[in-house]
Design a protein around this ligand. Sequence first.
Ligand code: GRF
Length: 193
Amino acid sequence: MLNLAVLLSGTGRTLDNFHEYIEQKGLTAHIRLVVADVENALGLTKARRYGYPAFFARNNADINAILANYPIDLICLAGYLPLYQPPAILAKRVINIHPSLIPAFCGPGFYGHHVHEAVRARGCLVSGCTVHFADDRYDHGPIICQKAVSLADHDDADAIAAKVFTAECLAYPEAINRVAALGVDYFWERCRQ
Ligand code: GRF
């Protein structure tokens, strides 16, 4: 069973989803700890309510110092906004969810509502989400799972965000289960140039 660290900056909606999936046995993993870079993040309050060890860390180095105290197989970015640099030993073990079909609408500046506004402004009729391994570039690294959603002409950014988040709730647990089944190296080797 994979030991997870969850990193977040905001409301912890992805943490809620992980917690529910684990309780319902749809995700075979342990959440070992939750770390936020925002002291009053709602996600931290939720983590404490769920009973997970939960910490505020001011910067990347402080996050890594906390992680060193736990047995971690996978670091899950769950609405964590800064570019994260893991300790060397976990370099290939960081995963992220992005609310578009990478490589569309991703990279610096494409986060949260900015993504869905851009999708709407382009008139896309399909969007979705991508779970991928993280490297030293935003929204880059081997893809683990993608889910597409159909958009209607009249969907505004809020409607797109709601459809995509529903897909995210399926995709992230599925991606973690895929990593548990296939191993980390499978994904990095699959994308080797
Ligand atoms: C995820 O839904 C994902 O799209 C992005 O951040 C969102 C979760 O953040 N990476 P939050 O819980 O809404 O702050």
